[in-house]
Ligand binder design. Structure first.
Ligand code: PBG
Ligand code: ZN
Length: 278
């Protein structure tokens, strides 16, 4: 992914400063752990990258909103988002581990958590765990409609989180299904989600629109790695006007109904939008 890097905690601070100087005042952190095991224990290790990074950012740049990804796939040696028995994903035992992850992020000072694992009942489980420990104010942005998508390819390569066996079809959604997205969104809201996310964005603009019309909370859209990589590859070949294409694509996500856009183009888009308004 050209222009996208893994950061150590110290270099991340420079990146956050650059982003916030451009007006990008919120970041979403994913971790690359020092070790992996069957149950993803490094995901809730207070000495690991995400927990350390949250603390460092909040100390230096308290005005920047720090959102953390809550999932296990970067942290498990098998690369699945939950714990497994044989080739099966164990939903409920995974909820206990995800709760520990969320609590470790909260303890580090995260402003919001974003569970992307897609286990059933995880918003309720995380909400209860956070509330029990006094983090009643901490919002949850739920990946409510996360489709099983080939557009996650570059991310999995960059984060080393591709599943070692099978695929994610038992927990991520079927691309053909829109009504399920509405059901998942409703369910997550009843469980206590504060923001509902649709992912990917561009191939699912109809889903963003449908969700926008069915819920009253903010809707977020995740413009994923494959969407970013396509534009970058074409722009490198001189086949597209990158600035115009990116701004048009982001606008289309907004038009579809997203209140929040998560995108790897954030810094350059912010720069381009500043140029536009001069
Ligand atoms: C995993 C996760 C994925 C992304 C974010 N969290 C990939 C996956 O489900 O395999 C994808 C992000 C992107 O492609 O930009 N929980
Ligand atoms: Zn995952």
């Amino acid at each position: 992914m050209p222009g996208i890097y893994q950061f150590s905690v110290d270099t991340l601070l420079t990146e956050v400063k650059e982003a916030s100087d451009l007006g990008v005042l919120a970041v979403l952190l994913f971790g690359i752990p020092a070790y992996k095991d069957a149950v993803g224990s490094s995901a809730y290790d207070p000495h690991e990258a995400v927990q350390q990074a949250v603390g460092a950012i909040k100390e230096r740049y308290p005005e920047v909103m720090v959102v953390t990804d809550v999932c296990l796939c970067e942290y498990t040696d098998h690369g699945h988002c939950g714990i497994v028995e044989g080739e099966e994903i164990l939903n409920d035992p995974t909820l206990e581990i995800l709760s520990k992850v969320a609590l470790s992020h909260a303890a580090a000072g995260a402003d919001m958590i974003a569970p992307s694992d897609m286990m059933d009942g995880r918003v309720a489980a995380l909400r209860a765990a956070l509330d029990r420990q006094g983090y009643t104010y901490l919002p949850i942005m739920s990946y409510a409609a996360k489709y099983r998508s080939a557009f996650y390819g570059p991310f999995r390569q960059a984060a080393g989180s591709a599943p070692r066996f099978g695929d994610r079809r038992s927990y991520q959604m079927d691309s053909a299904n829109v009504r399920e997205a509405l059901r998942e969104a409703g369910q997550d809201l009843r469980e206590g989600a504060d923001i509902i996310m649709v992912k990917p964005a561009l191939p699912y603009l109809d889903v963003i629109r449908a969700v926008r019309e069915s819920v009253r909370c903010p809707v977020a859209a995740f413009n994923v790695s494959g969407e970013y990589a396509m534009v970058k590859a074409a722009a490198e070949r001189g086949w597209l006007d990158e600035k115009a294409v990116v701004l048009e694509a982001l606008l289309s996500i907004k038009r579809a109904g997203a209140d929040i856009i998560i995108t790897y183009h954030a810094k350059e888009a912010a720069r381009w939008l500043q140029e536009e308004s001069i």
